[in-house]
Design a protein around this ligand. Structure first.
Ligand code: SAM
Length: 283
């Protein structure tokens, strides 16, 4: 047994175009003792293409915990191991996170190599705001959980990145339209591949497009963040339509006192405080 621990190399692989693998990743794949792959049958094709022969071992969602411990033992024993997923960056909607946590706990050194990921490519190509963004990955398949997550991020003002499967995209778009409203969005499809396509428009327009053209292939959905100013104005407009007394009661539900609520409503409705007070006297 070697005295020094081995090292884990987290290696991104192409998301479609085989040229999108870095020289460094290729060198590392050639130099390590073994490669842990999400699907060994898939990775063998990549390795064959680059004429790399290495022992492969499977490491996927369903054996992440047990296999992770086994990989840690091998790293402890001095082996250098590369981790790859089927496509893109391991750890991004793919196995990786648990193994990296274990490496940190066990003081095993690791290196994450830069490379392809569908999320960032789609975001940059979307033409939407890239300064701040929120990666949401896959929404839950369960309708209730999916809609609940959308409710939770309704007021997220950063650009949103979702991964979605073609057979679920229309349902997801319908939920989004209902919960987030009809925002600007882009579907980035088959990135880096022959039939790469960007479908741009509002969520409703994109849904309409997909009603006419069956969604196919891998896709990322980029959606504009919430316009909080517009949401606030709309909320205020709605509140201004209700009687002053009810407005005060609604504001009090936020957990503030009647006095504070009167002050707030007066400010929101641009009214003198005593006028609001008169209306709210019997609360
Ligand atoms: N680890 C990968 C990455 O870094 O992008 C993501 C893996 S996740 C299991 C697979 C999802 O990524 C697909 O369902 C799709 O949403 C997105 N994806 C992967 N390759 C893509 C491509 N070439 N074009 C568009 N989306 C892609």
């Amino acid at each position: 047994m070697k005295l020094t621990k081995g090292k884990l190399y987290v290696c991104p692989t192409p998301i479609g175009n085989l040229e999108d693998i870095t020289l460094r990743t290729l060198r590392v794949l050639k130099e390590v003792d073994a490669i842990a792959a999400e699907d060994t049958r898939h990775t063998i094709k990549l390795l064959n293409h680059f004429e790399i022969q290495k022992p492969l071992t499977s490491y996927h969602q369903h054996n992440e915990e047990t296999k992770g411990n086994h990989l840690i033992d091998r790293l402890m024993a001095g082996e250098n191991i590369a981790l790859v997923s089927d496509a893109g960056m391991p750890g991004i909607s793919d196995p990786g996170e648990i193994l990296i946590k274990k490496c940190i706990e066990e003081d095993i050194s690791f290196e994450v190599l830069p490379g392809a990921t569908a999320s960032i490519l789609a975001l940059v190509a979307s033409g939407l705001e890239t300064g701040r963004f929120s990666f949401e990955g896959f929404l839950d398949r369960d309708k209730k959980n999916r809609r609940q997550r959308l409710e939770e991020i309704r007021e997220e003002d950063r650009t949103l990145i979702f991964y979605e499967a073609p057979h679920r995209i229309k349902t997801t778009l319908k939920d989004m339209i209902e919960i987030l409203g009809d925002r600007k969005a882009v579907i980035a499809r088959e990135l880096t591949k022959r039939y790469q396509e960007f479908i741009r428009g509002n969520l409703k327009e994109i849904l309409q497009h997909l009603e006419e053209h069956t969604p196919k292939g891998e896709m990322v959905l980029i959606c504009e963040g919430a316009d909080l100013e517009e949401q606030r104005m709309k909320q205020q407009e709605i509140l201004e339509e209700i009687p002053i007394k009810q407005h005060v009661l609604a504001v009090m539900e936020e957990g503030i006192t009647k006095k504070e609520a009167i002050k707030k409503v007066a400010k929101l409705r641009k009214l003198p405080k005593n006028e609001v007070y008169k209306e709210a006297i019997d609360i």
